[in-house]
Design a protein around this ligand. Sequence first.
Ligand code: AGP
Length: 607
Amino acid sequence: MCGIVGYVGPRDCSDVLVSALTRLEYRGYDSAGIAVFENGKIEVAKTKGRLSDLSEKMEKEGKPKGHAGIGHTRWATHGQPSYVNSHPHSGKRVTIVHNGIIENYIELKEYLTKKGKTFLSDTDTEVVAQLLDLKYDGDPLDTIHTVIRMLKGSFALGIVFADYPDTVFAVRRESPLIVGVGDNESFIASDVPAILNYTKKYYLMNHDEIVKLTHDGVEFFDSHMLPITKELQEADWDMDAAEKGGYPHFMIKEIHEQPEAIKRTVLPRIRDNMPDLSECGITLENIKDFKNIHIVACGTAMHAGMVGKYVIEGLARVPVNVDIASEFRYRNPLVGEGDLVIIISQSGETADSKAAMSLAKEYGAKTLAIVNAKGSSIAREADMLIYTHAGPEIAVASTKAYMVQIAVMYLFAFQLALAKGRITEDECKSLLTSLMEVPDKVEETLEKVMDDCQYAGSSLVNADSLLYIGRGLDYALSMEGSLKLKEISYIHSESYAAGELKHGTISLITEEMPVIAVATQNALFEKTLSNVKEVRSRGAYVILVCDEECHIGSDVADQIIRVPKIREELMPMLAIVPLQLIAYYTSLHRGNDIDKPRNLAKSVTVE
Ligand code: AGP
């Protein structure tokens, strides 16, 4: 949570910091602030609220003018959103911005209080600022080195010392941090999109490394303070990918980007009409012996894992256990040598997923990461790695990242089924041929269901609560549909395996409880239809999502949304589209802030 940035260069620093922070607002948006060297002095501007509030404030009161500084956009963890809790935080000679959580801040605060330090805020960050101040010996590197050894937890820190004008220091442990370099200018940021307006070139920081930015360039130091050189990375995203490009919201833009994202993710992994994951470290030989698979992730990524479970078990006949990362890491899981643990994560920085991966390694399992963010912690630490190529996903509600996570689940399932001898090469080729048809079919789905979903959104706008039901893959999909609706429309919803309704939940059904039923699987279609009848006869307004070829009367449901047909294992990739759009339009009709829903942040880097 939280986004940090820093800049040293010839441009107007306040403008650069605000523009860079705009690209990180998905990480948190309850307060914002910057600190800039103006005529050699650190000037701070900050406020509760969004970056737009900060810009307004600086327009009225004046902005700090200079060429070096740091900035922050916050998702509150310690202390409520308020002016005093906003970053930057300062000691007498040091000012900092921070992303992460200092776990031992209470004992450090006691220690600092005994040393005579006083605190203005409730934050763990101010403790670090005061600690840096206390330990400051005139040498910033030495001071940072001393202080980080006293900290427990996660941090990416941007630091400026009053004695070192136009110089920015930064250091990270667990929380993400990159260092961008352009012509005579340099940047720090929590994520790549922040710098794309200025440069595509950046360095990745490792744990406890320190970077120093000056007008002469950047210098890196390892955890022993020895100078080091690092490998320059180049972002393959351009600015358009991080802009709305004419769409009113990132979410709807990202929904429309799904066909391209699937192509980018799938096509490079197909050779001679067969799946080829060798560049990801996966061969038929090294996966054929796995006896158990655990898929561990959070939220939407976990739902992609649910689809993976049905597909892998169905095709490769290997048992798959899907776990919520925050549960897995604390329940002493039955994982060991010979098992494969798959971690799915868009950001590659989710704290629980990261911890789950470390635990899996500790237990002797092999790990495979399916990650979107290049160079992220999970990507760097896994034994095998498949990048999803969704491009930057800015809307907090994940759509295209989910789509490509599912695409990878299919690729992996095909490869594993082949390795286990469960499908022939011809069957594999035929599955892949269908997978390659998906991008066009998603395009077609978007055209076909848009109006229906707007209509569905308007009929759900006043609902207090609703149910999603489905069986098999449709149940896995319903979970994601329900989460999407909850997170951006703020309407309570739950997903149920349709056959489970009559064991209790059906008592909730009244005219006030709409039901969205997903029925795309032939063998289960009639069964789900019976459940639709059961809820309709008890008054529920039903929206049914099925394929365009299914033979049903128009009176089976109150609204029927038909998606194109593809072989049924792949139907989730089409049926998810109306579920995403229903959530989007319901939220739009309710006037919510779709891309930045309340209380949420895109990247959950704290427990
Ligand atoms: C999805 O819409 C959510 N914002 C959330 O559930 C997300 O998928 C989850 O926090 C996991 O994030 P990750 O993929 O970056 O690990």
